[in-house]
Design a protein around this ligand. Sequence first.
Ligand code: DCP
Ligand code: MG
Length: 373
Amino acid sequence: MTTADPMGSPRKIIHIDADSFYASVEIREKPELKNLPVAVGGSPDHRGVVATCNYVARGYGVHSAMASARAVQLCPDLIFLRPNFPLYKAVSSQMHAIFRQYTSIIQPLSLDEAYLDVTGSLARQGSATLIAEAIRREIQAQLGITVSAGIAPNKFLAKVASDWNKPDGSFTIAPAQVAAFVKTLPVTRINGVGKVTAAKMKQLGILTCGDLQRFSEADLVAQFGSWGPTLFRYARGADDRPVQTSRERKSLSVERTFDRDLHDTTAILKRTDEIFRALLERFEPIRDRYGVTKRFVKVKCFDFTQTTLEEMLPASDARWQDLERYHQLVLTAVKRHNKPIRLLGLGVRVVPLSGGPREIQYDLFETISDTDA
Ligand code: DCP
Ligand code: MG
């Protein structure tokens, strides 16, 4: 269910994001590593990549998606751990069990990140801030890891807010504070504004959402294409996207942005295989409830030109799990531009298997993505 408050009063959205998730879970298992620099990922001598690292390692400049070999250069004492995905999945389900004590309207974005709509929750006198604090305390006490929380009237602001006092912090943007908050909010805080967009905005004299407000919607469309109307609303702190529970899921996708652009077919296919495995893993929890109607791929080149290709499937069944078809789609998409690749994404369009009111027409290409740009 989504929340459309009949009185028109603001929604209460919480965004939760665990701190250095994989690393925190590993350190919980091995507390003696707590104050040492720790990374989870592939080993430095096998062209591995850092999945994440604790905040001690971040102090040396190590970060997600960095080549492990580079990470060791920056931090010679870095301790590398192999990932243990089943354990991270288990901790993620335990986090969700805690969320469900407060609301059933939960939209997972990845294992460690979710939106919660607590507009109708009666717990903690209906205070979203107190609910978020309770969730943070319970996760720390029961699961031994810390999470950060953002509390706001919509998803856009809640996500910005969860990053505000990270790690182990929370931040509330009350409805009355929204206008003042966005005035000075740097555009780089907007999810999706990366280096290239930020540079373009800077050239236009746009550093903050306040600056962005001076542009009309038409101007923004002229400058930023189909993203213009969204930017126009975000600049004003507005976002009416509902928190979508998995019951309403339309697609599932996994994207990866690479530390270094991929140049050759072997590297591209190797990364495709990794993303394919991640996609299978994300599909697993919903496989009994959803059928797949299409597979799609997204390829973004170093210069941000992008191609999306999709392929209809004859029946909503399990046969979508065909790595060869994904290879074909990726290679076809890559050939369109024939340039170095900065991002690859694989996904599926899904429909609920049982009948009912939710079987509606689905928009194309609305993806719930797992971007790590
Ligand atoms: N992850 C990954 N590869 C990436 C980015 C993330 O494998 N390029 C994995 C490891 C992370 C987990 O996903 O632990 C969650 O991603 P986040 O972006 O939330 O990063 P963290 O939780 O590690 O750190 P934080 O949220 O504190 O910045
Ligand atoms: Mg996180």
